[in-house]
Design a binder for this molecule. Structure first.
Ligand SMILES: C[S@@+](CC[C@H](N)C(=O)[O-])C[C@H]1O[C@@H](n2cnc3c(N)ncnc32)[C@H](O)[C@@H]1O
Length: 259
């Protein structure tokens, strides 16, 4: 995949090969922390909003834990896959919604809003608008469950890649790893300082734990839990060596409510 912007057309084009390209955080979560946090938030009379639901990986676990679930996304082709795969879930509704407007999703506010790996585009204004839309869709005492890529984890993966080249006897492990990962240019450096890491050439926002805390605080929220969602090294490398074990790569998982 070449250099691309993460706009709606990007997501539309991904639909046919979504599973090969995009890790499902819920399914790949090694410790099951996402399921446990959802258990704590669940209730037979509670409602959930899967905000940027994509092909609907979170729909079955949400349908099992909440009375009603609405999944929204701006990509029709992704929603079509969600309808095909999960259209049988009686308490789930799917709707097209562009969160970039910053407005609340029409209808009643939800008890729980799940926003898993949606705030990942490089455009800061768009990310702010999407977060505003998610928070405005939340009931006054509701909870936001956010999953975002970790910048610490991306740097850790890069460090291990260098170590991997060292173990294989490379004369210049830093350069070999840089060719696979972040090319050492001034532009890359500037991007990195803004939390942008290119994944398959696509600029993708990653977050320091403190970044995420600050973002949520500035949005009027208080963080109740901040956890790591660990994944297998296959999520980073095609054929990770056997010595590559924990600490595994991770995303940040935050549960927050209004202050
Ligand atoms: C990495 S996928 C995550 C999908 C799903 N939340 C999951 O974790 O399996 C990001 C999703 O965000 C959606 N998205 C991005 N920008 C959006 C916007 N402005 N409005 C609605 N959905 C958006 C994309 O279409 C895509 O489905």
């Amino acid at each position: 995949m070449g250099l691309e912007r993460m706009d709606r057309r990007y997501w539309d084009r991904l639909a046919p090969q979504y599973d090969e390209e995009i890790l499902s955080s819920f399914d790949a979560d090694l410790s099951g922390i996402i399921a446990r946090r959802l258990d704590e938030l669940a209730g037979p009379r509670k409602t959930a909003l899967d905000f940027g639901c994509g092909v609907g990986k979170y729909l079955p676990p949400l349908a099992a834990r909440f009375q009603r679930v609405l999944g929204v996304d701006h990509s029709e082709p992704l929603l079509a896959v969600a309808r095909r795969d999960h259209g049988d879930l009686a308490n789930v509704t799917l709707r097209t919604w562009d969160a970039g407007t910053g407005r609340a999703v029409p209808g009643p506010r939800r008890d729980v809003v799940v926003c898993a790996n949606v705030l990942i585009m490089a455009d800061a204004g768009l990310r702010d608008a999407i977060l505003r839309s998610a928070i405005r869709s939340l009931a006054p005492k509701g909870r936001l469950l956010l999953v975002v890529p970790s910048l610490e984890s991306a740097l850790w993966a890069h460090r291990l890649l260098v170590h991997w080249y060292e173990r294989e006897g490379s004369n210049d492990p830093e350069s070999e790893a840089a060719e696979d990962g972040f090319p050492p240019s001034a532009r890359t450096c500037r991007e990195l300082l803004r939390g942008i890491v290119r994944i398959d050439g696509v600029p993708t926002r990653h977050y320091l734990a403190e970044d995420l805390r600050l973002l949520l605080h500035r949005s009027g929220l208080e963080v109740l839990h901040l956890d790591r969602v660990f994944y297998d090294w296959h999520s980073e490398f095609e054929r990770p060596p056997r010595w590559m074990r924990d600490p595994f790569p991770w995303d940040w998982l935050a549960v927050a409510h209004r202050r």
